[in-house]
Design a protein around this ligand. Structure first.
Ligand code: UD1
Ligand code: CA
Length: 484
């Protein structure tokens, strides 16, 4: 368990927060508890499931928020009753689950944690579950700000180009006076551009008595956490607002358009990072590169490609358009021509595959090989320096060095019950249109005649021909014409 998970801010906080010096140092020794709110009804998503279960770049939104939360302290997560999938995700991320039923608003959600947090003191970082782009650096700088000013409540704000339906920050002078929800706001307040990001720090246990004072006299008939600002101010407790210009990272995901926006932000961030490391990505808005992908310098990725999963790509590679690479490893100087699908496979240095090539099931293309159009390989080791240029299926095959596989070659690897292996040894020449009925072996340096159906092993150095002999009937065409 990391120091962060045990709840000590300074050791667990990211390097930049520690580097921030003074502010972060004030947080030293303070314990931090994080409360993720995830029990709301996701009406705007128009989905049968909670919006927090929707995938953002392959991971549930809630999982992303919990990972960020886990970096700053011990995590509690408020979920709805019967939300088994949410509960499972929370537990998987080491969070303690609290149930809110029915969901009566964000203020009520925090109140539901009162029992569980009894006996804890220090800072409570409250995090809306639908703000998954706010990383640990943002979260811990808010904590540091809050602790440094010894506030009872600190609100994080930003100023997006379109403040939409976010709660508005109402200030008197520079002081935070209230947060007014969009639905309850006058035209004058709606015109305010500074919004509540849905991330707060509160002092526990001091805030709980004030949460009991919240009412639901508003448009949604909910107990708003945001009303706590006005309640605390009336009680002359210290509230503050920390402004951050990073509005993109503070995006709240409420509907499918927000989800698309978040995908684009993360994708662009990943691509910018790769570009800084020396990778050419020609069109960041038309290329999708997953979080866990690594690409070495001087590789070029052309538009309309998806590179995902735990893929690693070496130097001087070229990925041509409409390619999808998932959970695969490409060595240096690999070229993937367009419209290829490469899943769970390895392509060693100097090889070229595609266009329209499909590699899957732990296929290994060994160095300097060429795999061409409409070639599919499954669980096959191929090469080094071998070629299969056209219209071929190799499954459960081991193809050695410098083998030439002719157009239209097929391994018949499945007999209806089990998968059988094919072995093609080094230097073999397989003529076009060959069927290799497995299990079968073609020995070193052997030739297989075009159009053969090979059902028996072909010994090294020999020629295997397995096709009907041709009969030629001279003058036959003219005789046929004469008949009609
Ligand atoms: C909330 C804020 C708004 C802010 C915005 C930032 C309130 C009243 N408003 O609005 O000021 O600008 O976030 O993104 O807080 N939830 C529960 N239980 C509930 C209701 C909600 O756990 O009873 C959870 C939701 O699952 C969600 C989070 O709280 O993860 C925020 O709820 P949501 O309904 O999305 O609030 P907003 O209307 O976006
Ligand atoms: Ca929201």
């Amino acid at each position: 368990m990391s120091a962060a998970r045990r709840g000590a801010i300074p050791r667990g906080s990211p390097r930049s927060a520690r580097r921030a010096g003074g502010v972060a140092d004030v947080a030293a020794g303070e314990s931090c508890t994080v409360l993720v709110l995830a029990a709301g009804r996701s009406t705007r998503m128009k989905s049968e499931k909670s919006k927090l279960l929707h995938l953002l770049r392959g991971k549930p939104i809630l999982a992303r928020t919990l990972v960020n939360a886990g970096e700053v302290g011990r995590v509690y997560c408020v979920v709805g009753d019967g939300a088994d999938e949410m509960r499972a995700i929370a537990e998987e991320h080491g969070a303690q689950v609290i149930v809110q039923e029915p969901p009566l608003g964000t203020g009520h959600a925090v109140l539901c944690a009162e029992q569980s947090l009894r006996g804890r003191s220090g800072t409570l970082l409250i995090l809306n579950g639908d703000v998954p782009l706010a990383g640990p650096e943002i979260l811990s700088s808010l904590v540091a700000f809050h602790v440094a000013r010894r506030c009872d409540l600190t609100v994080l704000s930003t100023r997006p180009p379109d403040p939409g339906r976010y709660g508005r920050i109402v200030r008197r002078g520079s002081d935070l006076e209230a947060i007014v929800e969009y639905l309850d706001a006058s035209a004058r307040v709606r015109a305010v551009g500074e919004i509540n990001a849905g991330i707060y720090c509160a002092r526990i246990p001091a805030v709980f008595p004030y949460l009991h004072k919240l009412t639901n006299k508003n448009e949604k008939r909910e107990y708003y956490l945001t009303d706590l600002v006005a309640v605390l101010r009336r009680a002359r407790r210290k509230v503050a607002c920390m402004f951050m210009p990073a509005w993109r990272e503070l995006l709240g995901i409420n509907d499918r358009t927000d989800l698309d926006e978040a995908e684009a932000i993360l994708n662009r961030g990943k691509i910018r990072a790769l570009q800084r490391e020396g990778v050419s990505v020609r069109s960041s808005c038309n290329t999708f590169i997953g979080d866990d992908v690594s690409i070495a310098p001087d590789t070029t990725v052309h538009p309309f490609s998806i590179i995902d999963g735990k893929t690693r790509i070496g130097r001087h590679c070229v990925i041509m358009p409409f390619t999808r690479v998932v959970d695969s490893t490409l060595g240096d100087r690999v070229t993937v021509l367009g419209s290829s699908l490469i899943v769970d496979s390895v392509i060693e240095g100097g090889s070229t595959v595609g266009p329209f090539c499909h590699l899957r099931g732990r296929t290994r293309i060994l160095r300097d090989s060429k795999v061409g159009n409409f070639v599919e390989m499954k669980k096959t080791a191929f090469g080094p320096a071998s070629k299969a240029m056209h219209l071929t299926y190799l499954g459960d095959a081991t193809v050695g060095e410098a083998v030439n596989v002719g157009a239209g070659t097929i391994t018949c690897n499945y007999d209806g019950v089990s998968k059988n292996p094919t072995h093609v040894e080094r230097g073999v020449f397989i003529g076009s249109g060959t069927e290799l009925v497995a299990p079968v072996r073609v020995g070193e340096g052997a030739y297989v005649a075009a159009g053969s159906t090979i059902t028996e092993d072909v010994p090294a150095g020999s020629l295997g021909i397995a096709r009907a002999r041709q009969i030629t009937k001279e003058g036959w065409a003219a005789r046929r014409k004469g008949k009609s």
